[in-house]
Design a binder for this molecule. Structure first.
Ligand code: GCU
Length: 669
């Protein structure tokens, strides 16, 4: 496939700037590669393909050093590089890409191509780079029947009709996209491991899994599998999955050994246990350290990791119960276990304490476990942020989270320093996220949602990149060099999260969506359900009291500075007010508006702004190819229409509950 929408940001369009073309052409005639390895070969192949389409040059790939050309070489002793870092340096007519390992070569090659696609002179492409986060991971929530849990871009590219796909070319293209933004780990099956997928760790499916691992290996990406904690039972071997039973421990040891005979560099297991009805150690009266350590012990001899998710909460709550607070759950379950986990266990913690809402505070567990490896989990797939039918550029949200000061070691203890491993010198750490891709022609359903895929990867490599710079890189590689077009798209992206937030759930309250599929407005959709996700709106007010004095005490899970900040209604920021406090509709916000008037205003304004996105996009009609232009236009039109539903449902609900008129007398039903 060669359509522009399929190629995402790896367009490799012909270079039009003559000066750049000449400069690049000097180094593009020969690609010298002093070693043979899958990743070095992939780097050379990518450069060759790109030089051909960008410059019309058919580069030779050689072993010996040329007078002029790109030189890919390994410098094992380069102490300024990590195993995945690279240096790019110009020496006369040669461009040296140096890595400590072949992975560095791959990242260096993609860095060069990013620079060339964005029209940088070689002098600006030169430099040394090391990734900030050791683990930079993507989680596929793909099922073997071809469906994707929370997938909004078609079916799985990995599976079809309960079998592995035969289209390995598409998987290779996915690996190229991932590697180009620095991703180095992928788990290929849903965290909810169903019946057939349980066999992915047996001889039934391991040969297929190994083929996929071979493809990812070429691109520096380790393959992980989500596993079923009850596998020893499910696969018919044992009567128990008790992590302290010797037979169970031995079973997992044998299992690990078997997996590694198929995939020698297997990454490890991703585990969702005791979460939303998945089996786990609680069944046997054991805790999460017992459960994860058992798997860690089995994987340790082979260098494997256990990525153990902290999404553990009571999903059978009684809505009448005002004491239990789902937001508290991860901290309550895991913080007391600090120090008990083996060093190849990593806890994977969602960015917020609830579940990827459009606005949530940061999970208080970050920084609270000095002796336990942590990875943060983001959701690139837009489950609660418009399902890739609405535009919602999430890089600003992720940056806000990564920059959040936990105060774990006093001022200046940002989440990004926890997860990059520097704050507590973790052995393993990093960033993971749920993928947003499927087999749609454009991978992500909404073409502009490719920016989230791109931006996520770039942030894992370097969280210091600004959201604007990431957008600019992405737009210019994806749509070309026209600067005024780039600015228009960048504005649309940066306006999109605030717009989506404004016409959906107000002031951090969350959850006003239709149950199950989570698309579209439904204020009481989750109000009387078992999921622990309530807003408590009545005729007087709304919000969840999570304070220490009168509420659930969730605020006490933060370090003192943040505890005080959120616990006091005087300092709690407007955008999270209803997450932390229950207030009357007449409560006056820091903005000067009352809560009810804020709800009305933002919902009217948000829907207007969604309509403006359509207008703005239309101004680009002649500057974007028709296929992508039309595809985006359709989605934006749908968003504009749907935002009116949101506006009217939410406004009407609160008008009827509160009986308070809109000061501006706009139409409310
Ligand atoms: C959310 C999502 C589920 C998913 C779960 C998880 O609740 O709606 O589909 O399985 O998160 O992260 O495990």
């Amino acid at each position: 496939q060669t359509s522009k929408s399929y190629k995402c940001w790896l367009q490799y369009d012909a270079v039009v700037n003559q000066q750049r073309k000449e400069e690049y052409s000097v180094i593009a005639k020969v690609i010298s590669k002093q070693l043979d390895s899958p990743a070095a070969d992939a780097a050379a192949a990518e450069l060759k393909m790109a030089f051909e389409s960008m410059l019309g040059i058919h580069a030779e790939v050689k072993h010996e050093k040329p007078e002029a050309g790109v030189l890919l070489s390994i410098a094992e002793s380069a102490d300024y590089l990590t195993d995945e870092g690279f240096e790019i340096k110009k020496e006369g007519s040669r461009l040296l890409i140096t890595g400590k390992t072949d992975k560095g070569l791959l990242y260096g090659a993609f860095h060069l191509l990013r620079g060339m696609q964005t029209g940088e002179p070689l002098a600006k492409i030169e430099g040394i780079q090391n990734p900030a986060n050791p683990l930079r991971m993507i989680n596929q929530w793909d099922n073997i029947d071809g469906s994707i849990e929370r997938g909004y871009a078609g079916a799985s590219i990995f599976y079809e009709n309960n079998e592995f796909t035969k289209d390995l070319g598409r998987i290779q293209d996915y690996a190229r996209l991932l590697a180009s933004v620095g991703i180095n780990g992928v788990s290929i099956n849903n965290v909810n491991v169903h019946k057939i997928e349980t066999d992915m760790i047996t001889s039934v499916l391991l040969p297929d899994v190994a083929k996929i691992a071979d493809i990812f290996r070429q691109y520096g990406i380790r393959l992980f599998l989500s596993v079923n904690f009850a596998s020893p039972i499910e696969l018919g071997d044992l009567k128990t999955a008790d992590p302290l039973e010797e037979s169970v421990r031995q079973w997992w040891k044998n299992k690990a050994e078997e997996v590694y005979t198929y995939i020698p560099d297997f990454g490890g297991f991703v585990v969702k246990a005791d979460s939303e009805h998945r089996p786990g150690p609680f069944t046997y009266g054991r805790n999460h350290a017992d459960g994860s350590n058992m798997l860690a012990e089995a994987l340790a001899p082979f260098g494997g990791l256990v990525i153990w998710r902290c999404f553990v909460y009571n999903c059978m709550q009684d809505w009448r119960d005002r004491k239990t607070d789902r937001a508290r759950a991860a901290y309550d379950h895991f913080e007391p276990l600090d120090g008990q986990f083996l060093d190849n266990v990593i806890l994977q913690i969602k960015n917020g304490p609830m579940d990827f809402q459009v606005r949530e505070p940061v999970t208080p567990l970050f920084g609270a476990m000095p002796k336990t490896n942590q990875v943060i989990e983001f959701q690139v797939t837009q489950e609660y942020t418009g399902q890739q039918r609405h535009l919602c550029y999430l890089v600003p949200q992720w940056k806000e989270v990564l920059n959040f000061d936990t105060y774990a070691k006093g001022k200046g203890s940002a989440v990004k320093q926890v997860v990059d491993g520097s704050m507590y010198e973790y052995k393993h750490s990093g960033i993971a996220a749920v993928s947003n891709i499927g087999n749609d022609e454009n991978w992500t359903g909404h073409t502009l949602a490719q920016a989230n895929f791109y931006g996520y990867g770039r942030l894992t490599w370097n969280p210091e990149l600004s959201s604007e710079d990431i957008a600019k890189e992405w737009i210019s590689q994806t749509f070309g060099p026209d600067e005024s077009m780039q600015q228009v798209i960048s504005h649309m992206l940066h306006d999109s999260w605030p717009i989506y937030e404004s016409y959906t759930a107000p002031l951090g309250v969350g959850w006003m969506v239709n149950p199950e599929h989570h698309y579209g407005p439904n204020v009481d959709g989750y109000e009387y359900s078992v999921w622990g996700t309530y807003h408590f709106a009545d005729c007087n007010g709304i919000g969840v009291d999570r304070t220490i004095e009168s509420g659930t005490g969730y605020t006490s899970q933060y370090f003192k500075e943040n505890e005080r900040y959120y616990n006091s209604i005087d300092t709690c920021p407007d955008n999270l007010l209803l997450f932390f406090h229950h207030v009357p509709y007449t409560h006056v916000l820091k903005s000067g508006e009352t809560v009810i008037q804020h709800i009305y205003n933002t919902h009217f304004e948000g829907a207007d702004e969604a309509a403006n996105l359509v207008e703005t996009w239309c101004s680009l009609k002649d500057r974007i190819d028709p296929q992508r232009f039309d595809a985006v236009l359709k989605r934006l039109e749908e968003q504009a229409e749907h935002s009116k539903q949101w506006r009217d449902r939410i406004n009407t609900y609160f008008y009827r509950k509160s009986g308070i008129e809109d000061k501006q007398k706009r139409t409310i039903y």
